[in-house]
Structure formats: structure tokens, C-alpha cells
Design a protein around this ligand. Structure first.
Ligand SMILES: NC(=O)c1ccc[n+]([C@@H]2O[C@H](COP(=O)([O-])OP(=O)(O)OC[C@H]3O[C@@H](n4cnc5c(N)ncnc54)[C@H](OP(=O)(O)O)[C@@H]3O)[C@@H](O)[C@H]2O)c1
Length: 242
């Protein structure tokens, strides 16, 4: 299939992450397409194929799926399996058939969250069902070599909460700050940890809201809650010259 090098299809066009792509004029030479479910349904192979054959993109950024609330993945495992595992497998099959570069947004929660500083080669032990469903998606994407898996930790701008965890560390980055970086590295392949500096959610949030109050993740979620989900993002920093 002849492809347009400047075309990127973004699945999950009505979602939070996709909205950040829409807000930012990433690069005027790129043309971004945001199909909604009625045009590209990740549960329907034929609709995926029909849409992609029509648009002929070089890249597809896969954002469609089930994300929040996090506990929906414990309450409704059928939906979690369908959207995040089977839906991603469907997308992978068609991208592979049409040789479209697939960029899959995964999560830092595939790491165990105990010691922190996890590199792309660290052992995985997803912390909850959401993370297992994202790892399920990663498994199909890994079979297709023209792909990039991005493990990340994102939050909405402005930081909406009045309290932030001082005892939970991650690599929070705002969606808006991440999307331009994703565009920059779109030609890379393999697995990449991406995000901001390793720090507590409180330290991240207080830069934007000095009045923010402290809260304890340990107190709120109990002993089983992994408290250090930080990733080593050196590879990503080198690639983006940050
Ligand atoms: N937000 C984060 O902090 C974060 C962090 C790491 C990774 N991620 C990943 O990034 C991706 C996007 O996250 P998000 O926060 O933007 O999620 P979101 O706001 O829940 O958006 C999900 C999108 O998927 C669409 N969708 C659902 N079922 C579909 C189907 N069968 N066919 C086509 N589209 C379908 C939804 O459309 P409808 O609304 O029409 O159902 C919606 O546009 C997810 O895969 C998530 O796991 C997010």
C-alpha cells in the first residue's frame, strides 16, 4: 500500500490524551487524523482495515482503550480484556498487514513499583489489572517489529487535585508536554520509558500550585500499594536531547 509519510492516525480520538495532541500544533507538515469509534472501532477488524486503507498513514498512535477509573479493570474484566488486549491485538494485526508504524502507549504500572528506577530491561510485575491489561496489549505489539512501545506516567494540566501524595514517586509529565516528544521519537522502535523527573507527586504538583496539601498514598491505599514506580528515563532523554 502506498503511504503518506506525513499522515498519523490517532485511535481514541475523543480521549484525554488525544485532546492534548489536538491542542498542540506539533508540526505543520504533519497531518493528524482522529477517528472516533464509528469510523475506526478497535473491536472490529474490518473497520480498522477500511479506515487505514482509506487514509494510508505511515504511523498509527494507539490510544483507544479502557483506562479510567482504574478499578473498572477489577470490576469488569471482560471490558478490560476486550479493549486493551483484544483491541490492541486487532490494531497490531492490521498495522502489520499494511506495514504501518505502530506506536503504543503503555504505562509505568507494568513495573512492580517497589525499588523504582526501572529500566526498559527490568523485570515486570504489573501492579493491578489495568497494568496487566496494558501488558497484554504490549505482548501483541512486541510481535510486530515496526513498532514502538512507550511506558509512561501522565497527568492532566492543570493538576486538578487539592492534595498530592508525598510518599508515592513516579515520573509525572503533563499530556501537553509529552505529545511533542512522542512526535519527535516516532521513528524509533522497541520499548522506551518516557516521562518527567522521578519525584513524589507532591513535589511535582507544588511547582504548579504552591498551596497544595500533602496526602499519604500508604494511608489511603494500605500496605499493598507500591510506592516507587519511578522509571529510568535516560534512554528517552538522550533521544530527545533533554
Ligand atoms: N492518561 C494517563 O495517565 C495514561 C497514562 C499511561 C498510558 N495511558 C494510555 O493512553 C491511552 C489513552 O488514555 P486516555 O486517558 O486518553 O483514555 P480515555 O480518555 O479513556 O480515552 C479512551 C479513548 O478510547 C476510545 N475507545 C474506547 N473503545 C473504543 C473502540 N472500541 N474503538 C475505538 N475507540 C474506542 C474512547 O472513545 P469513546 O469515548 O467514544 O468510548 C476514547 O476516545 C490509554 O490506552 C491509556 O491506557 C494513559
Amino acid at each position: 500500500m502506498l503511504k503518506y509519510n506525513n499522515r498519523i492516525v490517532i485511535t481514541g480520538g475523543s480521549g484525554r490524551f488525544a485532546n492534548a495532541f489536538k491542542k498542540i500544533e506539533v508540526n505543520t507538515s504533519l497531518k493528524l487524523y482522529y477517528p472516533e469509534k464509528n469510523k475506526l472501532d478497535i473491536m472490529n477488524i474490518k473497520s480498522i482495515q477500511k479506515y487505514l486503507k482509506h487514509i494510508k498513514p505511515k504511523y498509527l498512535i494507539h490510544l483507544a482503550g479502557l483506562s479510567r477509573p482504574m478499578n473498572i479493570h477489577e470490576r469488569d474484566i471482560a471490558q478490560s480484556i476486550d479493549k486493551n488486549i483484544i483491541g490492541t491485538a486487532n490494531i497490531t494485526k492490521i498495522c502489520s498487514k499494511l506495514n504501518i508504524k505502530l506506536i503504543y502507549i503503555s504505562t509505568c504500572y507494568v513495573y512492580p513499583g517497589l525499588k523504582g528506577n526501572y529500566s526498559e530491561k527490568s523485570s515486570l510485575y504489573p501492579i493491578n489489572n489495568y497494568a496487566w491489561s496494558k501488558l497484554g496489549g504490549e505482548c501483541s505489539v512486541m510481535l510486530y517489529k515496526n513498532s514502538l512501545i512507550l511506558r509512561t506516567s501522565v497527568t492532566e494540566k492543570p493538576f486538578i487535585h487539592k492534595k498530592a501524595f508525598y510518599d508515592f514517586k513516579t515520573n509525572f509529565i503533563f499530556h501537553e508536554d509529552l505529545v511533542t516528544k512522542i512526535i519527535k521519537i516516532k521513528d524509533k522502535k522497541g520499548i522506551l520509558n518516557i516521562g518527567g523527573k522521578s519525584q513524589s507527586v507532591y513535589d511535582f504538583a507544588k511547582k504548579y500550585n504552591p498551596k497544595i496539601k500533602k496526602a499519604s498514598a500508604r494511608k489511603m491505599f494500605g500496605k499493598k500499594m507500591p510506592l516507587n514506580i519511578t522509571m529510568n528515563i535516560d534512554k528517552f532523554k538522550k533521544l530527545t536531547n533533554d
